[in-house]
Ligand binder design. Sequence first.
Ligand code: PGA
Ligand code: ZN
Length: 399
Amino acid sequence: LITDIRLREVLDSRGNPTVEADVLTESGGFGRGAAPSGASTGEYEAIERPANEAIAAAREHAVPRLVGEAYAGNQREVDSILRAADGTDDFSEIGANSAVAISMAAAKAGADVLGAPLFQHLGGAFRGENFPTPLGNVVGGGEHAADATDIQEFLSAPVGAPSVAEAVFANAAVHAEVADLLGERGVPSGKGDEGAWAPSIDDSEAFEIVAEAVSTVEDDVGFEIGFGLDVAAAEMYDADAGVYEYGDTTRDTDEQIDYIAELVRKYDLVYVEDPLDENDYDAFAELTERVGDQTLVCGDDLFVTNTERLSEGIDRGAANSILIKPNQIGTLTDAFDAIELATEHGYDSVISHRSGETEDTTIAHLAVATDAPFIKTGAVGGERTAKLNELIRIADDAT
Ligand code: PGA
Ligand code: ZN
Protein backbone atom coordinates (compact mmCIF):
# COMPACT_ATOMS: atom_id res chain seq x y z
CA LEU A 1 0.00 0.00 0.00
CA ILE A 2 1.31 3.46 -0.87
CA THR A 3 1.94 5.36 2.37
CA ASP A 4 3.58 8.52 1.06
CA ILE A 5 4.30 10.39 -2.17
CA ARG A 6 6.90 13.13 -2.09
CA LEU A 7 7.19 15.56 -4.99
CA ARG A 8 10.03 17.99 -5.60
CA GLU A 9 11.64 20.09 -8.30
CA VAL A 10 15.00 18.84 -9.60
CA LEU A 11 17.15 19.87 -12.56
CA ASP A 12 16.82 18.37 -16.00
CA SER A 13 19.66 18.19 -18.53
CA ARG A 14 18.82 21.62 -19.97
CA GLY A 15 19.00 23.12 -16.48
CA ASN A 16 15.25 23.54 -16.21
CA PRO A 17 13.21 22.47 -13.19
CA THR A 18 11.35 19.19 -13.61
CA VAL A 19 9.16 17.00 -11.39
CA GLU A 20 10.67 14.19 -9.32
CA ALA A 21 8.42 11.81 -7.36
CA ASP A 22 9.21 9.40 -4.53
CA VAL A 23 6.69 6.68 -3.76
CA LEU A 24 6.92 4.85 -0.41
CA THR A 25 4.96 1.76 0.59
CA GLU A 26 3.81 0.15 3.83
CA SER A 27 6.17 -2.80 3.42
CA GLY A 28 9.19 -0.54 2.98
CA GLY A 29 9.16 -0.31 -0.82
CA PHE A 30 10.65 2.76 -2.45
CA GLY A 31 10.60 4.11 -6.01
CA ARG A 32 11.75 7.36 -7.59
CA GLY A 33 10.85 8.75 -11.01
CA ALA A 34 11.58 12.03 -12.80
CA ALA A 35 9.82 13.55 -15.80
CA PRO A 36 11.70 14.34 -19.02
CA SER A 37 10.76 17.27 -21.26
CA GLY A 38 10.54 17.81 -25.02
CA ALA A 39 11.61 20.79 -27.15
CA SER A 40 10.14 19.68 -30.49
CA THR A 41 6.91 18.62 -28.86
CA GLY A 42 3.96 17.31 -30.87
CA GLU A 43 0.80 19.35 -31.10
CA TYR A 44 -1.25 16.47 -29.64
CA GLU A 45 0.92 15.57 -26.65
CA ALA A 46 -0.34 15.54 -23.07
CA ILE A 47 0.32 18.85 -21.34
CA GLU A 48 3.49 19.57 -19.40
CA ARG A 49 2.85 22.27 -16.78
CA PRO A 50 5.57 24.39 -15.12
CA ALA A 51 7.09 22.06 -12.52
CA ASN A 52 6.01 24.07 -9.48
CA GLU A 53 2.40 24.28 -10.71
CA ALA A 54 2.32 20.60 -11.65
CA ILE A 55 3.58 19.66 -8.19
CA ALA A 56 1.04 21.87 -6.40
CA ALA A 57 -1.82 20.49 -8.50
CA ALA A 58 -0.72 16.86 -8.01
CA ARG A 59 -0.42 17.39 -4.23
CA GLU A 60 -3.95 18.73 -4.17
CA HIS A 61 -5.70 16.31 -6.54
CA ALA A 62 -3.69 13.11 -6.97
CA VAL A 63 -1.64 12.43 -3.83
CA PRO A 64 -4.64 12.19 -1.45
CA ARG A 65 -6.36 9.71 -3.80
CA LEU A 66 -3.32 7.43 -3.95
CA VAL A 67 -1.91 7.48 -0.41
CA GLY A 68 -3.52 4.78 1.73
CA GLU A 69 -5.68 3.75 -1.23
CA ALA A 70 -3.58 2.12 -3.97
CA TYR A 71 -0.92 -0.59 -4.16
CA ALA A 72 2.28 0.46 -5.92
CA GLY A 73 2.45 -2.93 -7.62
CA ASN A 74 -0.94 -2.44 -9.24
CA GLN A 75 0.17 -0.18 -12.07
CA ARG A 76 -3.16 -0.03 -13.86
CA GLU A 77 -4.92 1.06 -10.68
CA VAL A 78 -2.31 3.72 -9.87
CA ASP A 79 -2.48 5.10 -13.40
CA SER A 80 -6.26 5.10 -13.56
CA ILE A 81 -6.38 6.99 -10.26
CA LEU A 82 -3.95 9.53 -11.77
CA ARG A 83 -6.30 9.95 -14.74
CA ALA A 84 -9.40 10.26 -12.58
CA ALA A 85 -7.68 12.70 -10.22
CA ASP A 86 -6.65 14.84 -13.17
CA GLY A 87 -10.07 14.74 -14.82
CA THR A 88 -8.95 15.91 -18.26
CA ASP A 89 -7.96 13.99 -21.42
CA ASP A 90 -4.52 15.53 -21.65
CA PHE A 91 -3.37 15.83 -18.01
CA SER A 92 -3.68 19.59 -18.17
CA GLU A 93 -4.70 19.73 -14.48
CA ILE A 94 -1.87 17.90 -12.66
CA GLY A 95 0.46 18.04 -15.67
CA ALA A 96 1.75 15.05 -17.63
CA ASN A 97 5.07 15.75 -15.89
CA SER A 98 3.63 15.06 -12.42
CA ALA A 99 1.63 12.12 -13.77
CA VAL A 100 4.56 10.38 -15.46
CA ALA A 101 6.92 10.96 -12.51
CA ILE A 102 4.41 9.37 -10.09
CA SER A 103 3.57 6.56 -12.54
CA MET A 104 7.26 5.64 -12.95
CA ALA A 105 8.00 6.00 -9.22
CA ALA A 106 5.07 3.70 -8.39
CA ALA A 107 6.36 1.09 -10.87
CA LYS A 108 9.78 1.14 -9.23
CA ALA A 109 8.26 0.92 -5.75
CA GLY A 110 6.19 -2.04 -6.97
CA ALA A 111 9.34 -3.74 -8.26
CA ASP A 112 11.14 -2.97 -5.01
CA VAL A 113 8.39 -4.60 -2.96
CA LEU A 114 8.73 -7.73 -5.10
CA GLY A 115 12.52 -7.59 -5.00
CA ALA A 116 12.49 -7.86 -8.80
CA PRO A 117 14.21 -5.71 -11.41
CA LEU A 118 11.86 -3.14 -12.93
CA PHE A 119 11.84 -4.74 -16.39
CA GLN A 120 10.69 -8.02 -14.86
CA HIS A 121 7.95 -6.40 -12.77
CA LEU A 122 6.71 -4.60 -15.90
CA GLY A 123 7.15 -7.43 -18.38
CA GLY A 124 6.89 -10.67 -16.42
CA ALA A 125 9.12 -13.65 -15.78
CA PHE A 126 9.86 -14.35 -19.43
CA ARG A 127 11.34 -10.94 -20.17
CA GLY A 128 14.97 -9.93 -20.28
CA GLU A 129 16.15 -12.10 -23.16
CA ASN A 130 15.64 -9.75 -26.08
CA PHE A 131 17.40 -6.45 -26.17
CA PRO A 132 16.54 -3.35 -28.14
CA THR A 133 18.94 -1.88 -30.67
CA PRO A 134 19.93 1.61 -29.49
CA LEU A 135 19.57 4.39 -32.07
CA GLY A 136 22.36 6.89 -31.36
CA ASN A 137 21.96 10.56 -32.22
CA VAL A 138 25.35 11.64 -33.61
CA VAL A 139 24.59 14.87 -35.53
CA GLY A 140 21.60 17.09 -35.00
CA GLY A 141 19.93 20.44 -35.24
CA GLY A 142 16.33 21.49 -35.66
CA GLU A 143 14.86 22.58 -32.34
CA HIS A 144 17.74 20.94 -30.43
CA ALA A 145 20.50 23.36 -31.50
CA ALA A 146 20.73 26.80 -33.05
CA ASP A 147 22.37 27.26 -36.48
CA ALA A 148 22.89 23.55 -37.19
CA THR A 149 21.22 21.03 -39.54
CA ASP A 150 17.58 21.33 -40.64
CA ILE A 151 16.96 17.63 -40.06
CA GLN A 152 16.75 17.18 -36.29
CA GLU A 153 18.67 13.92 -35.80
CA PHE A 154 21.15 11.81 -37.78
CA LEU A 155 21.15 8.41 -36.08
CA SER A 156 23.58 5.53 -35.93
CA ALA A 157 21.70 2.19 -35.93
CA PRO A 158 23.92 -0.81 -35.12
CA VAL A 159 21.38 -3.39 -36.28
CA GLY A 160 23.98 -6.15 -36.65
CA ALA A 161 25.47 -5.85 -33.17
CA PRO A 162 25.73 -9.20 -31.39
CA SER A 163 25.04 -7.63 -27.98
CA VAL A 164 23.50 -4.49 -26.57
CA ALA A 165 26.87 -3.48 -25.09
CA GLU A 166 28.58 -3.72 -28.49
CA ALA A 167 25.76 -1.67 -30.00
CA VAL A 168 26.11 1.03 -27.33
CA PHE A 169 29.88 1.24 -27.84
CA ALA A 170 29.47 1.29 -31.64
CA ASN A 171 27.21 4.34 -31.40
CA ALA A 172 29.74 6.11 -29.19
CA ALA A 173 32.45 5.23 -31.72
CA VAL A 174 30.39 6.72 -34.58
CA HIS A 175 29.89 9.85 -32.46
CA ALA A 176 33.67 10.09 -31.94
CA GLU A 177 34.38 9.40 -35.63
CA VAL A 178 32.04 12.24 -36.61
CA ALA A 179 34.10 14.57 -34.40
CA ASP A 180 37.29 13.48 -36.21
CA LEU A 181 35.71 14.05 -39.62
CA LEU A 182 34.44 17.49 -38.60
CA GLY A 183 37.95 18.28 -37.34
CA GLU A 184 39.52 17.22 -40.65
CA ARG A 185 37.15 19.58 -42.44
CA GLY A 186 37.97 22.40 -40.03
CA VAL A 187 34.36 22.62 -38.87
CA PRO A 188 34.00 23.63 -35.21
CA SER A 189 31.10 22.11 -33.33
CA GLY A 190 29.31 22.19 -30.02
CA LYS A 191 26.63 19.74 -29.01
CA GLY A 192 22.85 19.93 -29.11
CA ASP A 193 20.45 19.10 -26.31
CA GLU A 194 20.80 15.33 -26.80
CA GLY A 195 24.60 15.32 -27.02
CA ALA A 196 24.76 15.03 -30.80
CA TRP A 197 27.26 17.22 -32.64
CA ALA A 198 25.56 20.41 -33.81
CA PRO A 199 27.86 21.93 -36.44
CA SER A 200 26.88 24.81 -38.66
CA ILE A 201 26.71 22.69 -41.84
CA ASP A 202 23.91 21.95 -44.26
CA ASP A 203 22.09 18.63 -44.33
CA SER A 204 23.91 17.34 -47.41
CA GLU A 205 27.30 17.71 -45.70
CA ALA A 206 25.89 16.03 -42.58
CA PHE A 207 24.77 13.08 -44.72
CA GLU A 208 28.29 12.74 -46.17
CA ILE A 209 29.97 12.87 -42.77
CA VAL A 210 27.61 10.49 -40.98
CA ALA A 211 27.64 7.99 -43.88
CA GLU A 212 31.44 7.98 -43.80
CA ALA A 213 31.59 7.69 -39.99
CA VAL A 214 29.12 4.81 -39.98
CA SER A 215 31.02 2.93 -42.65
CA THR A 216 34.41 3.46 -40.95
CA VAL A 217 33.11 2.14 -37.62
CA GLU A 218 31.29 -0.69 -39.39
CA ASP A 219 34.65 -1.82 -40.83
CA ASP A 220 36.25 -1.60 -37.38
CA VAL A 221 33.62 -3.56 -35.47
CA GLY A 222 32.74 -6.06 -38.19
CA PHE A 223 28.95 -5.92 -37.88
CA GLU A 224 26.29 -3.95 -39.72
CA ILE A 225 25.58 -0.39 -38.67
CA GLY A 226 22.64 1.29 -40.35
CA PHE A 227 21.81 4.94 -40.75
CA GLY A 228 18.58 6.59 -39.58
CA LEU A 229 16.92 9.99 -39.27
CA ASP A 230 14.48 11.91 -37.14
CA VAL A 231 13.38 14.59 -39.60
CA ALA A 232 10.96 16.17 -37.07
CA ALA A 233 9.22 17.54 -40.16
CA ALA A 234 6.36 19.16 -38.25
CA GLU A 235 8.88 21.75 -37.07
CA MET A 236 9.74 22.64 -40.69
CA TYR A 237 6.22 22.60 -42.06
CA ASP A 238 4.53 25.88 -42.90
CA ALA A 239 0.86 24.90 -42.95
CA ASP A 240 -0.30 28.12 -44.61
CA ALA A 241 2.12 27.79 -47.51
CA GLY A 242 1.88 23.98 -47.54
CA VAL A 243 5.66 23.60 -47.71
CA TYR A 244 8.56 22.18 -45.73
CA GLU A 245 11.26 24.77 -45.14
CA TYR A 246 14.93 23.82 -45.35
CA GLY A 247 16.70 27.15 -44.94
CA ASP A 248 15.94 28.99 -48.18
CA THR A 249 14.79 25.82 -49.95
CA THR A 250 11.18 24.75 -49.73
CA ARG A 251 9.52 21.48 -50.72
CA ASP A 252 5.82 20.88 -51.13
CA THR A 253 4.37 17.63 -49.80
CA ASP A 254 4.96 15.61 -52.98
CA GLU A 255 8.49 16.91 -53.21
CA GLN A 256 9.07 16.07 -49.54
CA ILE A 257 7.87 12.48 -50.13
CA ASP A 258 10.18 12.17 -53.16
CA TYR A 259 13.08 13.67 -51.20
CA ILE A 260 12.70 11.24 -48.30
CA ALA A 261 12.25 8.26 -50.61
CA GLU A 262 15.43 9.29 -52.42
CA LEU A 263 17.32 9.58 -49.09
CA VAL A 264 16.13 6.10 -48.11
CA ARG A 265 17.47 4.75 -51.40
CA LYS A 266 20.73 6.69 -51.47
CA TYR A 267 21.76 6.10 -47.84
CA ASP A 268 20.02 2.78 -47.34
CA LEU A 269 18.23 4.29 -44.34
CA VAL A 270 16.92 1.72 -41.87
CA TYR A 271 14.83 4.24 -39.93
CA VAL A 272 13.00 7.49 -40.76
CA GLU A 273 11.05 9.24 -38.01
CA ASP A 274 8.52 12.01 -38.61
CA PRO A 275 9.41 12.56 -42.28
CA LEU A 276 6.13 14.48 -42.77
CA ASP A 277 3.86 16.82 -40.86
CA GLU A 278 2.04 15.52 -37.77
CA ASN A 279 -1.39 16.18 -39.34
CA ASP A 280 -0.71 14.51 -42.67
CA TYR A 281 -1.71 10.83 -42.33
CA ASP A 282 -2.17 10.60 -46.10
CA ALA A 283 1.38 11.67 -46.88
CA PHE A 284 2.70 9.25 -44.24
CA ALA A 285 0.66 6.50 -45.90
CA GLU A 286 2.02 7.33 -49.34
CA LEU A 287 5.63 7.31 -48.16
CA THR A 288 5.06 4.07 -46.22
CA GLU A 289 3.61 2.51 -49.37
CA ARG A 290 6.74 3.52 -51.26
CA VAL A 291 9.52 2.68 -48.80
CA GLY A 292 7.89 0.73 -45.95
CA ASP A 293 9.39 -2.57 -47.14
CA GLN A 294 12.92 -1.22 -46.85
CA THR A 295 12.78 0.99 -43.81
CA LEU A 296 10.95 1.75 -40.60
CA VAL A 297 8.73 4.79 -41.04
CA CYS A 298 8.14 5.94 -37.47
CA GLY A 299 5.48 8.28 -36.10
CA ASP A 300 6.50 10.44 -33.14
CA ASP A 301 4.65 13.77 -33.33
CA LEU A 302 2.17 11.91 -35.59
CA PHE A 303 1.10 9.41 -32.90
CA VAL A 304 2.29 11.01 -29.61
CA THR A 305 2.07 7.57 -27.90
CA ASN A 306 -1.71 7.88 -28.17
CA THR A 307 -3.79 4.77 -29.02
CA GLU A 308 -6.50 6.81 -30.76
CA ARG A 309 -3.99 8.45 -33.08
CA LEU A 310 -2.22 5.13 -33.62
CA SER A 311 -5.54 3.44 -34.52
CA GLU A 312 -6.15 6.11 -37.11
CA GLY A 313 -2.67 5.51 -38.51
CA ILE A 314 -3.22 1.75 -38.62
CA ASP A 315 -6.52 2.21 -40.47
CA ARG A 316 -4.92 4.49 -43.02
CA GLY A 317 -1.60 2.68 -43.46
CA ALA A 318 0.39 5.60 -42.08
CA ALA A 319 3.89 4.56 -40.89
CA ASN A 320 4.93 1.09 -39.75
CA SER A 321 6.36 1.95 -36.35
CA ILE A 322 5.61 4.19 -33.38
CA LEU A 323 7.83 6.20 -31.07
CA ILE A 324 6.92 5.62 -27.42
CA LYS A 325 7.51 8.45 -24.96
CA PRO A 326 5.65 7.87 -21.67
CA ASN A 327 5.49 11.60 -20.90
CA GLN A 328 3.73 12.29 -24.21
CA ILE A 329 0.70 10.45 -22.87
CA GLY A 330 1.21 10.67 -19.09
CA THR A 331 1.38 7.13 -17.65
CA LEU A 332 3.17 3.81 -18.13
CA THR A 333 -0.20 2.09 -18.59
CA ASP A 334 -0.99 4.31 -21.57
CA ALA A 335 2.47 3.70 -23.01
CA PHE A 336 2.01 -0.07 -22.60
CA ASP A 337 -1.38 0.04 -24.29
CA ALA A 338 0.12 1.89 -27.26
CA ILE A 339 2.93 -0.69 -27.54
CA GLU A 340 0.43 -3.56 -27.35
CA LEU A 341 -1.79 -2.07 -30.04
CA ALA A 342 1.25 -1.47 -32.22
CA THR A 343 2.48 -5.05 -31.81
CA GLU A 344 -0.97 -6.48 -32.64
CA HIS A 345 -0.88 -4.65 -35.94
CA GLY A 346 2.71 -5.37 -36.90
CA TYR A 347 4.03 -1.92 -36.00
CA ASP A 348 7.44 -1.85 -34.30
CA SER A 349 7.80 0.18 -31.10
CA VAL A 350 10.75 2.47 -30.53
CA ILE A 351 11.06 3.52 -26.87
CA SER A 352 12.43 7.04 -26.59
CA HIS A 353 14.00 9.65 -24.35
CA ARG A 354 13.23 13.38 -24.67
CA SER A 355 15.66 16.16 -25.47
CA GLY A 356 15.38 17.33 -21.84
CA GLU A 357 16.24 14.34 -19.65
CA THR A 358 17.23 13.25 -16.15
CA GLU A 359 19.19 10.28 -14.76
CA ASP A 360 15.94 8.27 -14.65
CA THR A 361 16.38 4.85 -16.32
CA THR A 362 12.76 3.70 -16.61
CA ILE A 363 12.74 3.70 -20.43
CA ALA A 364 15.60 1.17 -20.54
CA HIS A 365 13.48 -1.22 -18.47
CA LEU A 366 10.36 -0.44 -20.48
CA ALA A 367 12.16 -1.37 -23.70
CA VAL A 368 13.33 -4.72 -22.30
CA ALA A 369 9.95 -5.41 -20.67
CA THR A 370 8.08 -4.98 -23.95
CA ASP A 371 10.59 -6.63 -26.32
CA ALA A 372 10.85 -3.35 -28.21
CA PRO A 373 13.16 -3.73 -31.21
CA PHE A 374 14.67 -0.24 -30.77
CA ILE A 375 15.38 2.36 -28.11
CA LYS A 376 16.34 5.94 -28.90
CA THR A 377 18.28 7.45 -26.04
CA GLY A 378 21.27 9.28 -27.48
CA ALA A 379 24.88 8.17 -27.73
CA VAL A 380 26.84 10.10 -25.09
CA GLY A 381 26.25 12.45 -22.13
CA GLY A 382 25.32 11.50 -18.56
CA GLU A 383 21.54 11.63 -18.82
CA ARG A 384 21.80 9.49 -22.01
CA THR A 385 24.43 7.05 -20.72
CA ALA A 386 22.27 6.53 -17.60
CA LYS A 387 19.85 4.59 -19.83
CA LEU A 388 22.49 3.00 -22.09
CA ASN A 389 24.52 1.76 -19.13
CA GLU A 390 21.35 0.43 -17.50
CA LEU A 391 20.72 -1.64 -20.64
CA ILE A 392 24.24 -3.02 -20.41
CA ARG A 393 23.64 -3.93 -16.73
CA ILE A 394 20.29 -5.59 -17.47
CA ALA A 395 21.93 -7.68 -20.20
CA ASP A 396 24.82 -8.56 -17.92
CA ASP A 397 22.49 -9.69 -15.13
CA ALA A 398 20.43 -11.76 -17.56
CA THR A 399 23.33 -13.84 -18.84
P1 PGA B 1 11.92 16.27 -28.16
O1 PGA B 1 12.66 15.62 -29.40
O2 PGA B 1 12.18 15.47 -26.95
O3 PGA B 1 12.56 17.65 -28.13
O4 PGA B 1 10.46 16.34 -28.52
C1 PGA B 1 12.85 14.25 -29.54
C2 PGA B 1 12.19 13.73 -30.79
O5 PGA B 1 11.62 14.51 -31.59
O6 PGA B 1 12.21 12.53 -31.00
ZN1 ZN C 1 11.03 12.74 -32.97
